[in-house]
Design a protein around this ligand. Structure first.
Ligand code: TYM
Length: 316
């Protein structure tokens, strides 16, 4: 029987602790549809090396991200959960795609420019980051990539690299599309800006109750009207506007009470996943990753074989 399912992939960097922006922007959209696709969920650990120089931390983050994937409910029997560094096909195709695009093109990447603007040392890995990401996606003939708004350009870059490759060597690679859902493309942090590790404005996805309380109490509500918009924006991720309307009417102007209600709703949402996560061991992670990479390689190997033939590396 031929498999006609479309293919889905997303990846998260193991550069720190996942936050609710990662969850609502990328993981949940993946989770909601992944059983209808041939699905891949990757840990982008080589991408994390562009910003992290702490081996103990990177190792710990890798375990953590896989535990997070399992705890939010991704079934490793129904999605291929694997990490980038376990499959060398990624770095190999990444190199091939580097050779397809120009230096000025890569210099225009928002993510690269933002780091340079902040005075962060732009290592060459940061520069070619989008082509490693393009390899992550195209190796698996991916149709759809659920991501947050900040990844839109990386998908455009992927399509550009695919176009250049295919025009030069024939139709080998598939052009993927991003899936960015309304209302969750840019989840705001406690200061109202985009939630991001680097802004220090996150609500951790698997924080303790105390960490969640601390983060919510720090939500900026200066000089706002009846409704504290920064509290409401996060609350809306958990409950519908209709559900929230009576609460926000009753507690009008009482920011402290509304923050308490948000803490409770966050806790109710996170607690069951946190409990599940506590049962997952490092050995579970290792076995999920070992099975995952074996499956991943079966698919990526076929793509890479075609690529090697197309570019003339394969000597027959
Ligand atoms: P990363 O690790 O920065 O973020 C993981 C995912 O979370 C989304 N996200 C957000 N969505 C909404 N609101 C926010 N405040 C928010 N913050 C983060 C990101 O858009 C992303 O979808 N380059 C990628 C990792 C990657 C990848 C891939 C993704 C590597 N290879 C292949 C898809 C396909 C990244 O840095 O994501």
């Amino acid at each position: 029987m031929t498999n006609t399912k479309k293919r889905l992939l997303t990846g998260l960097q193991s550069s720190g602790t996942l936050h609710i922006g990662n969850y609502f922007g990328a993981l949940k959209p993946f989770l909601d549809i992944y059983q209808d696709y041939d699905s891949y969920l990757m840990v982008a650990d080589y991408h994390a090396l562009t910003s992290l120089r702490d081996p103990a931390q990177l190792r710990q983050n890798i375990f953590n991200v896989v535990k997070d994937y399992l705890a939010v409910g991704v079934d490793p029997e129904k999605a291929v959960i694997f990490r980038q560094s376990d499959n060398q096909d990624h770095t190999e195709l990444g190199w091939v795609l580097d050779c397809m695009v120009t230096v000025p093109f890569l210099m225009q990447a928002h993510s690269y420019k933002a780091k340079v603007d902040k005075g962060i040392e732009p290592n060459a890995g940061l520069f070619t980051y989008p082509m490693l990401q393009a390899a992550d996606i195209t190796l698996y003939d991916i149709d759809v990539v659920p991501v947050g708004e900040d990844q839109r350009q990386h998908l455009e870059y992927t399509r550009e690299a695919v176009g250049k490759f295919n025009r030069a060597f024939g139709e080998v690679l598939k052009e993927p599309k991003e899936m960015i859902l309304d209302g969750v493309g840019i989840v705001p942090g406690v200061d109202g800006q985009k939630m991001s590790k680097s802004y220090g404005n996150t609500i951790p996805l698997f924080g303790t109750k105390e960490e969640i309380e601390k983060a919510v109490m720090s939500i900026v509500t200066d000089s706002e009207g009846d409704r504290p918009e920064n509290v409401y924006a996060i609350h809306k991720l958990l409950k519908s506007e209709d559900e929230l309307a009576p609460l926000y009417e009753e507690k009008k102007g009482r920011y402290g009470d509304l923050k308490k209600a948000l803490i409770e709703d966050l806790e109710n949402f996170i607690a069951p996943m946190r409990e599940k996560r506590n049962q997952i061991t490092d050995d579970d992670v290792k076995s999920v990753l070992a099975e995952g990479v074996a499956k991943a390689k079966r698919t990526s190997g076929q793509t890479l074989k075609k690529v090697r033939e197309a570019i003339g590396i394969d000597l027959g």
